[in-house]
Design a protein around this ligand. Structure first.
Ligand SMILES: [Zn+2]
Length: 402
């Protein structure tokens, strides 16, 4: 970030959920007679078993079940049988199988494959489905089989099956990005909306911090910083409780950071668009850009017992980072770079500094996001700020990393 250009890596192009439907043997379906349609879970179990046995033989992963997907397959089988009963020559696709937003059924579904058909015996149905191309799709992770038993016009039993295979992608997580994963699903913790996304250009020199913006409620709901090795972390990872010396008062620590740390763009220092330094690194090097000096000051303030947070936001048109400190019910902005010019003598009260537009706050224990996209000078209100749902990073894990 934030430097001069405010570089953030974007989460681009939503992944489309692809649905492919294959009708295996519609002939028998058209011959369904009016009659009972009964769910046959024993037959469904046999089909699932046969598919997974074929996968094991082909050295593919065994597909997991999912109760909600199973529900969808069973409704789908019954609805397919009904659709063929009411209009054998031109059955409509049941709405149970049309809903494209399977991401809501199984979180993170990126691809969905359907097989629909009718058979004269359970054995034949199991065999044909296990031998089908579907059973050998490598990327699949989950499977649901719904089978209904009905009767053909000739009085013979007919089994109608709906088989759903799904490929899920994991939830957006910094560790997974570091492992090279690019496809994710995201869930906005502010409004609950779920969607699939793909990360743009991993490993590029232009990669910056990462902020997730909800396509539905248009609010920011997740944020990752990027360390000197190009690895992503949620912001508390960068706060280690660094205390270079005993602090007399917050103002002296603020003035120390202001006067001792030179403002240097990451592109100059690292040849990369963005690097977040640990407080200790910034202190040792005596230089950094806005979030580096803000992290140093806030970490030091926190370690000395003060309520303080790093704030990411915008000043006029540029991305920026600063520190907010709160004492006796009053919040003040501590500008840690020369950009603050006039704010370098006395810290201004947060509610009067209208050109500082905050998006995200963090400290060692958590990250807070704006509940609306309007300006606020209130950095402490639960009405204005919602905490991200992730647990505070454990000290054990962080201390090991140092
Ligand atoms: Zn949202």
């Amino acid at each position: 970030m934030i430097g001069r250009n405010g570089i953030w890596t974007k989460i681009c192009a939503a992944l489309a959920v692809a649905i492919a439907a294959l009708i295996v043997s519609a002939g028998l379906l058209a011959a369904l007679a009016a009659g009972n349609i009964e769910l046959d879970s024993e037959a469904a179990r046999k089909v699932a078993q046969a598919i997974n046995a074929a996968r094991t033989k082909a050295k593919l992963t065994v597909l997991r079940t999912h109760p909600l997907l199973q529900n969808r397959a069973e409704f789908g089988a019954a609805a397919t049988a009904k659709a063929f009963l009411s209009n054998p020559t031109n059955p409509s696709t049941p709405k149970e199988l049309k809903d494209r937003n399977f991401a809501r059924v199984v979180p993170g579904s990126a691809e969905i494959v359907l097989q629909i058909g009718g058979w004269g015996s359970v054995e034949q149905m199991s065999r044909e489905l296990a031998e089908s191309e579907f059973a050998r799709l490598k990327a699949l992770t989950h499977l649901a089989v719904g089978v209904c038993r009905s009767t053909s016009g000739m009085g013979q039993p007919v089994w109608v099956a709906v088989v759903i295979g799904v490929r899920t992608v994991p939830e957006l997580d910094p560790e997974r990005i570091n492992q090279g994963q690019r496809d994710f699903y995201q869930r906005c913790h502010l409004c609950g909306y779920q969607y699939l996304g793909r990360l743009a250009k991993p490993g590029s020199k232009n990669m910056g911090g990462l902020v997730a913006l909800c396509p539905k409620c248009k609010r920011r709901f997740d944020v990752f910083g990027i360390d000197e090795d190009g690895r992503y972390h949620r912001p508390p990872w960068f706060m280690r409780g660094f205390k270079p010396r005993a602090m007399k008062d917050p103002i002296s620590a603020w003035l120390f950071v202001l006067t001792h740390c030179r403002y240097v763009l990451d592109s100059k220092q690292y040849g990369r668009a963005e690097v977040w330094q640990l407080a200790e690194q910034t202190y040792r090097k005596r230089m950094g850009d806005c979030e580096d000096t803000a992290i140093l000051l806030a970490d030091w303030l926190n370690a000395s017992g003060f309520w303080a947070r790093v704030v990411l936001g915008r000043v006029r048109r540029g991305g920026h980072a600063w520190v907010v400190i709160s004492q006796k019910g009053q919040s003040y902005i501590l500008e840690t770079t020369g950009r603050g010019g006039k704010h370098r003598r006395m810290p201004p009260r947060a509610e009067v500094l209208t050109d500082y537009f905050p998006y995200v706050q963090f400290n060692r224990t958590g990250v807070w996001f704006r509940t609306s996209n309007k300006w606020t000078g209130d950095y402490r209100s639960d009405k204005e700020w919602a905490r991200g749902p992730w647990p505070a990073p454990s000290c054990k894990k962080r201390c090991k990393r140092r």
